[in-house]
Each structure stands twice: as structure tokens, then as C-alpha cells.
Design a protein around this ligand. Structure first.
Ligand SMILES: CC(C)(COP(=O)(O)OP(=O)(O)OC[C@H]1O[C@@H](n2cnc3c(N)ncnc32)[C@H](O)[C@@H]1OP(=O)(O)O)[C@@H](O)C(=O)NCCC(=O)NCCS
Length: 160
């Protein structure tokens, strides 16, 4: 006896995603604090940019944000674990974003992201992120309380 039901037709292929279905591109978190170009002098033996150079730019950006929030000198006391997820190449523009996440009595945690804008393009990718802790210090290098209120203006204070 033959089966009277129609043969099952194969499932249609999934529709190609429309532009409106595509997830929005990832966006940096925080305020753009440092923007600089990766130079040949910043490379390792592979020709890629040193991780330490990127870390240094992040530390400087965190220091700028920290001085602004603490209204005076700050020092880096800790960096949480970080992973370099993309390389940085010569000619890329490194953009470092900062966001003060938490403020203690004398210390603050600052979330810092490094993004590479690829050479001669508008394409940017996140390279790494980390949470840095900075401590506000007085003229003798001792911890000092961070003002409760965020300043309205950017001070011109030195950073050690
Ligand atoms: C930063 C420094 C002044 C702190 O001195 P300290 O006597 O350890 O100070 P305290 O123990 O009072 O801690 C100060 C703050 O740091 C925090 N802290 C201390 N150790 C920490 C650590 N390992 N991770 C995160 N935060 C830490 C404390 O919780 C405290 O925060 P709070 O006041 O908001 O609660 C001192 O450690 C120092 O000079 N370190 C060298 C910094 C430096 O030179 N950085 C550049 C390296 S090249």
C-alpha cells in the first residue's frame, strides 16, 4: 500500500540575515581619554605592538581619569587580570576609554578599555580591558581621602 500523504519537503534554508537583524557593533564603554598611534618603535620581535605599551597607555589614561576624579595626585596600586584578545599593529590608532566604577575612601576602581582603530580604516576592535585601582596620595605619598563630589572642572594636577 502506498502512503497517501505528500512527501515531506526539505526545510527551506535559513534566510540570510537582513542588515536590520545584524547585532549592532560593540561599542566602547567609558570616556575617550587617550588616543595615540602605534609606532614601529613600540613593536616586539614579531613586528606586533608590545602588550606592555598598551598597558602603559591604559595606565596613563586611568591616571588622567583618576587625577580628575580625585582632584590631585594618584598612583596605580593594582591591575586586575587582563587578556589581550586582538593584536595591535603599527599604524593603528589606540583609543583608551575610562570609566570610574567605584570609589572607596582613598582608592577608586577604574574600568579601562583599549580599542584599536585599524590603519587607514574606520574599523575598530577591542584589544583588551581591565580594572585598575588607583589611590589618591598627598604630597608625602600617603593615601588621602577622595573628595565625595566629582569635580566640575578638570584640574591640572601632576601624577606620579
Ligand atoms: C598606594 C600606596 C600609597 C598605598 O599605601 P598603603 O599604606 O598600602 O595604603 P592603605 O593600606 O591605607 O590602602 C590605601 C587604599 O588602597 C587600597 N588597597 C590596598 N592594597 C590594595 C590592593 N592590592 N588592591 C586594591 N586596592 C588596594 C585599600 O583598600 C585602600 O583603599 P580605601 O581607602 O578606598 O579603602 C602605596 O602602596 C604605594 O605607594 N604603592 C606604590 C604605588 C606606585 O608607585 N605605583 C606605580 C608603580 S610603578
Amino acid at each position: 500500500m502506498t502512503d497517501p500523504s505528500p512527501a515531506a519537503s526539505p526545510a527551506p534554508p535559513p534566510a540570510a540575515p537582513r542588515p536590520s537583524d545584524a547585532p549592532p557593533p560593540a561599542q566602547p564603554r567609558g570616556e575617550l581619554t587617550v588616543r595615540t598611534i602605534a609606532m614601529p618603535s613600540d613593536t616586539n620581535a614579531n613586528g606586533d605592538i608590545f602588550g606592555g605599551w598598551v598597558l602603559s597607555q591604559m595606565d596613563q589614561a586611568g591616571g588622567i581619569a583618576g587625577v580628575e576624579r580625585a582632584q590631585g595626585r594618584v598612583v596605580t596600586i593594582a591591575v586586575e587580570a587582563m587578556t589581550f584578545i586582538r593584536p595591535v599593529k603599527v599604524g593603528d590608532v589606540l583609543c583608551v576609554y575610562t570609566e570610574v566604577e567605584a570609589i572607596g575612601r582613598t582608592s577608586m576602581k577604574i574600568h579601562i578599555e583599549a580599542w584599536a582603530r585599524r590603519f587607514m580604516t574606520h574599523h575598530r576592535e577591542k584589544v583588551t580591558d581591565a580594572t585598575f585601582t588607583f589611590v589618591a596620595i598627598d604630597d608625602d605619598g600617603r593615601p588621602r581621602p577622595i573628595p565625595r563630589e566629582a569635580p566640575g572642572t578638570v584640574p591640572d594636577a601632576p601624577r606620579s
